[in-house]
Design a protein around this ligand. Sequence first.
Ligand code: ADP
Ligand code: MG
Length: 380
Amino acid sequence: MTTQPILPPAMLGMLGGGQLGRFFVIAAHEMGYKVTVLDPDQNSPAGKIADVHLCAAYDDAEALQAIAKTCQAVTTEFENVPAETLSTLAQSTVVHPSADAVAIAQNRVKEKAFFASAGLPIGPVVTIDSATDLPESGDLYPAVLKVARFGYDGKGQARVANQAEALEAFKGFKEEVCVLEKMLPLDLEVSVVLARDQQGNITPFPVGENSHLNGILDITVVPARAPEAIQQEAQALATKLANALDYVGVLGVEFFVVDGQLYVNEIAPRPHNSGHYTIDACVNDQYEQQVRALTGLPLGDASLHSNAVMVNILGDSWKEGNEPPWADGFAYGNLKLHLYGKAAARKGRKMGHFTVTGAELDAVYAVAMQARKALHIGES
Ligand code: ADP
Ligand code: MG
């Protein structure tokens, strides 16, 4: 079935008002659309620049009615939007991705079961519904205990060496349903962000190589410094996953590389932090692709025109309450700074990012690391 694309100046709906939503608003505006953002935070980064900001809870009946009435298509930037909100809205307007796909991505138990059923490689894992499910011994330890729902940026996770530590951590998580994953000796972490349209066409972005600090993404290098075969396989696995989910929209897929083998870690039913580099280094970025997939426009060219290194700027860089020395960052002509307009800087909070681009990856990386140091990133 081919449906007519939704053209500008239509109003689009965005559930969630964080930085990913803010970049969606910017892309939608560039393409001539208007955006209504739903977010309960009065100062949300996307809400502040949206045409309409509905400042209400994600299940607020009145707000959802307003969206259904005024928005021609609705998407999300936040996987913890209740899946019911998406299914309710889908009764009266276009919604992508589907409530089913989001429900899988927001629950680690469902997510792992889906990966296994789709034939995707995953590491050893067990579901922990109650303390009696914690394995006594065996080769799962050392392991990572992760709450099934609402974890992000390393939150809701504990590294445990044995059953006793796992039990303590499980109690610390109030005995909520968890997964217990074997701690894998990672060679590398990579991710693939892709867009899939309503006809099933897929445009994967180049593979990003990610490093984390304290469980939070720190640096993405593109192209990834991994063998070409690994990169192709990562794109092929992400494509297989998106097809199996019958996904429409932008999808982020995180992988572990262990002994030259790829394992799927987790998915995000939205643009991904590791895809920020696409803003400055690709012909069309992940947010433009999100608008295109949502509205039924043909997907754009996702190819890389510059090598890139993206660095996250966390609240940690605000030393003794002072802003980082931005002038030092701006000293590099090939550095693009993106700040999200968040008022309060807190430890671990994503305040912005920068991307350095250029033809020579080594030179780009060197500049990015100099700027990272100048802005006090990674010091705590
Ligand atoms: P989230 O990104 O939602 O916080 P992840 O499951 O992606 O949660 O975990 C965050 C990071 O912790 C990963 O990117 C990886 O660096 C590390 N990590 C998580 N699970 C494992 C594992 N099983 N083995 C090794 N490292 C892990
Ligand atoms: Mg992750």
